[in-house]
Design a protein around this ligand. Structure first.
Ligand SMILES: Cc1cc2nc3c(=O)[nH]c(=O)nc-3n(C[C@H](O)[C@H](O)[C@H](O)COP(=O)(O)OP(=O)(O)OC[C@H]3O[C@@H](n4cnc5c(N)ncnc54)[C@H](O)[C@@H]3O)c2cc1C
Length: 504
């Protein structure tokens, strides 16, 4: 909250289940939001924990938080996010908004949404857009019912397409379907089982003026009175071995070094686990791998383009481009206005699905050509020429990146929420998991990753494995007791029967 300025980084209101009294050596693999949140909580809350974080990347930490501050250091360039950029502010509370406020980081809400339908030269925002948005929500509701009644599980795309082509459904303004065509669940092929309406809230979001990297930076360094986290870069974990006899976990790296820990928090993306790049000995239970293959991992990318001048309407926060062909779906349909965020005349565009994959294969020149042709289509030649030269074009390549292999988990057709929750269970003794993929609630988001890190830290601090062992022992004890009582009953019955025989 605003009043509570003494908050510590990674603070959480509830107390962990139970605290540990013996010194423990914890290793965290992966310095993304989840790994750093876990490490911060363990480092701050308990001096009894020695925590080391090992990160595969050579040049940076933060994982799918990538605030680029490095290009053109002399020309005070804006700080731009090529990974997580917005904090969802609608609906449930986002703990990262509270964390950012506690740390005194400045944020702004994205301005209003504008829908552009280039081939009709139609531009909708403000009160023009309201009925279109309402109708889009109605279509989504119908699609949800459609997928509920369908005999086989269908995707959001299939359900929405069925509603739109249904002659019985009257669509007042086709612009509403263009809005849906630009949404993540439609483009990425989410299962129709899950709520989808919130994904249309393009603008219910906050962004940090200094970029998301500020959050991961602060988690790493901590407050003045908190110890910093020990971080080793260029450390690619290749094998995690549980030594049940010694009650320890061994982590082996590709540089042939190894570390031994009481507990290990594995906070690498799901894709790294499912690809087999990180191996476990003994191998993880089948359910973990089965879940990993069913959950689905999206293909998404971002591109930042900076001009000499901003040529787009200043009061708009989000531009949504309507498209006509399937091939264009997911291709630079959503754009954020970075001028109010970073001060620079820049826009960030997003790609999803096949379009995101194709974008990575383009040369820089081809990528620039595509970006400019899309912006030309959206804003017209006159406006674009006012922008002047492209000062900088920066883009992500999350799919071919060995340490992310894609963007985030998503509810693919055939998946089930319980598959995410499997990863919140430790493999005892001492192997814990964190990451956006370890809890269905808030999966695929930065705050989901953050909360998962706190949860994993709580599990380590509460020694969940020890608790599980005690629970098992208690269950065995009760079983044995019940068995003994059963046997006793049986033998006294026998005695009774003997007695009654004698009486006869
Ligand atoms: C383009 C894009 C846009 C997004 N936009 C948003 C948004 O606007 N809002 C939002 O809330 N979320 C957004 N997200 C999602 C959000 O970024 C992620 O959910 C979150 O950052 C995941 O954090 P994590 O800690 O689980 O994983 P990561 O951040 O991926 O961290 C895992 C770390 O493990 C490291 N690693 C991998 N393999 C190894 C290994 N073998 N050994 C050691 N280290 C290893 C990686 O290098 C990485 O640093 C976006 C994601 C993408 C890709």
């Amino acid at each position: 909250s605003k009043e509570d300025k003494t908050k510590h980084v990674g603070d959480k209101k509830e107390e962990p289940i139970k605290k540990y009294d013996l010194p423990k050596n914890v290793v965290v693999i992966g310095a993304g939001m989840a790994g750093l949140a876990a490490a911060r909580r363990l480092t701050t809350d308990r001096t009894n924990f020695t925590v080391y974080v090992y990160e595969a990347r050579r040049e940076r930490f933060g994982g799918r938080v990538w605030t680029d501050k490095l290009t053109n250091p002399r020309a005070k360039g804006p700080e731009v996010d090529l990974g997580a950029f917005t904090l969802t502010a609608g609906g449930k509370n986002n703990p990262l908004i509270e964390l950012a406020e506690g740390l005194g980081l400045k944020s702004i809400s994205l301005g209003e949404v504008q829908l552009l339908i280039p081939w009709e030269k139609r531009v909708l925002n403000g009160t023009d857009l309201t009925p279109v948005m309402t109708e889009a929500l109605k279509i989504l509701e119908l699609a949800k019912n459609e997928s509920k009644t369908s005999k086989i599980e269908v995707s959001v795309k299939e359900a929405v397409d069925a509603v739109i082509s249904d002659e019985k459904v009257h669509i007042a303004d086709i612009a509403s379907s263009y809005l849906i065509h630009a949404s993540r669940p439609y483009v990425l092929g989410y299962s129709g089982k899950y709520p989808m309406s919130y994904h249309l809230g393009f603008a219910h979001k906050k962004v940090l003026l200094d970029g998301m990297g500020e959050l991961t930076d602060r988690l790493l360094s901590g407050d003045l009175n908190e110890p910093p986290i020990h971080l080793g870069l260029s450390k690619v974990a290749r094998q995690i071995k549980i030594d049940r006899e010694k009650n320890q976990v061994v982590v082996r790296f590709t540089d042939k070094s190894q570390v031994v820990a009481d507990s290990v928090v594995v906070a690498v993306p799901l894709s790294v686990i499912s690809s087999g790049d990180l191996q476990f000995e003994p191998i993880l239970p089948k359910a973990y791998y089965e879940a990993a293959s069913e959950m689905g991992f999206t293909s998404e990318n971002a591109v930042i383009v900076e001009f000499e001048n901003a040529f787009w309407p200043h009061n708009i926060g989000v531009f949504v481009r309507a498209v006509q062909t399937d091939a264009e779906k997911g291709q630079l349909q959503t754009w954020f206005n970075l001028k109010p965020v970073s001060g620079a005349p820049a826009l960030s565009g997003y790609l999803g699905g096949k379009a995101a994959e194709a974008f990575e294969k383009l040369s820089d020149e081809e990528a620039k050509k595509l970006v400019l042709s899309v912006l030309l289509e959206m804003f017209g030649e006159n406006a674009l020429s006012q922008g002047g030269k492209v000062v900088r074009l920066q883009r992500s390549a999350w799919i071919s990146d060995s340490w992310s292999k894609g963007a985030t988990t998503y509810p693919k057709v055939g998946s089930h929420p319980s598959m995410w929750d499997i990863f919140s269970e430790p493999i005892c003794p001492g192997l814990y998991f964190a990451g956006e993929h370890t809890s269905f609630d808030d999966h695929g988001t930065l705050h989901g990753a953050y909360l998962s890190g706190l949860r994993a830290a709580d599990q380590v601090m509460g020694d969940l494995c020890e608790q599980r062992r005690l629970e098992r022992e208690e269950m065995d004890r009760r079983k044995r007791q019940a068995q003994m009582e059963e046997e006793k009953k049986g033998s006294s019955q026998e005695v009774d029967e003997e007695d009654s025989k004698e009486e006869l």
